[in-house]
Design a protein around this ligand. Sequence first.
Ligand SMILES: Cc1ncc(COP(=O)(O)O)c(C=O)c1O
Length: 433
Amino acid sequence: MSTDELLNRHRAVMPNWINPLYADPIELVSGSGCRVTDASGRTYLDFFGGVLTTMIGYDVPEISDAVRRQLDKGIAHSSTLYLIRKQVELAEKIAKVSGIPNPKVFLANSGTEANDTALLLATQYRRSNQILAMRNSYHGRSFAALAVTGQRSWSATSLSPVNVSYLHSGDRLRGVFAGLPDAEYIERSVADLREVLATTTAGDVACLIAEPIQGVGGFVAPPDGYFKAIKEVLDEHGILWVSDEVQTGWGRTGEHFWGYQAHDAVPDMLTFAKGIGNGFTLGGVVARGEIMDCLSAISFNTFGGNPISASAGQAVLDYLLNHDLQSNAARVGEVLHAGVRGLNSPIVAEVRGKGLMLAFELVRPGTLDPAPELALRVLEETKANGLLVGKGGLYGNVIRMGPPLTLTEAEAKEGLDILAAALAAAHQQAVTA
Ligand SMILES: Cc1ncc(COP(=O)(O)O)c(C=O)c1O
């Protein structure tokens, strides 16, 4: 069956709002290390990992073997009506690395479900449905997760179980905080938070939910130390802080294990998903024990932390720690960041991110006008030359990369050469347009 035929069948039976990338979408049929192969036999270096999810790489024996061992036992599911050893072990491991005091862990299937649960816990604990979120955020696709998502193109509905006030994003390229130095940005943000609390809430806010680096938002981030300053104000009011670590967790930023750790402050809850399963469905929440235990009703999750996902999760976490992939993210990330900056492309307005989380924002030359058409060109050019990258940002003009944390320096350099050629082609398109 051809890829074209599969695309037609996809369009006929799948929702219109699920859009594969590229003018000619591809089907990935196999993978090994940091490379994937499509149905036509073409191989690509993968700098996106299915949206920062294939965190260890493809076909990793330690992970496949752990899953196979569980499958061989004949139990893929038992439900939390029965004790699940793999689940308890995984929760213990995650609690240990979380940095959250007196931690308890709830295992779920996705980032959406993790954030929904964090919002449920915060609103119940604080007996309030008022939430603070960030502009330009993305937290998932359920009603509650959408309600705290601050991007029009991802907001499918205004219906909301929570009452949300939005703080400014870390964007200093455009907008009212454009060009502000770090200290002044933090000072103005703290003043804005106080004003928001005084003017757009009825007091007794439940929590702030925020990504340390905004994933879908194009890796926009406030300066280090921002959340410490914000938390000081939150603490004055007893407002909880939820750090959405779905993209920033597990050492991806290189300098820290969690994104929140760049801020010298500890959240009350963190949420995780994506990379911890390396493709197996796994997400969850770590919360201070008294917050996690605040629900008065029984709650039940059929699939969350099932023996298969939990086996994968443990193997991923063990691999990550045993191979010190955080250090690799710092080292190889630096090669990527320096390489992209060194291209000095006139259509790149800003290079953002940390470690193996890197984005650049495309604009029309000599302006700050977002250029989504140039992002599309870079996507197509990189694909044509054997590299997969992603797209994002408020205006769809940001190229995002989040390769497996096992990426080697040689692979980073190989990808950089392809990116350089793609940017040159996009620049050419911009000047001849
Ligand atoms: C920061 C962040 N939070 C939450 C989610 C939602 O995760 P999921 O797609 O697993 O529901 C995403 C997904 O991209 C994300 O990037």
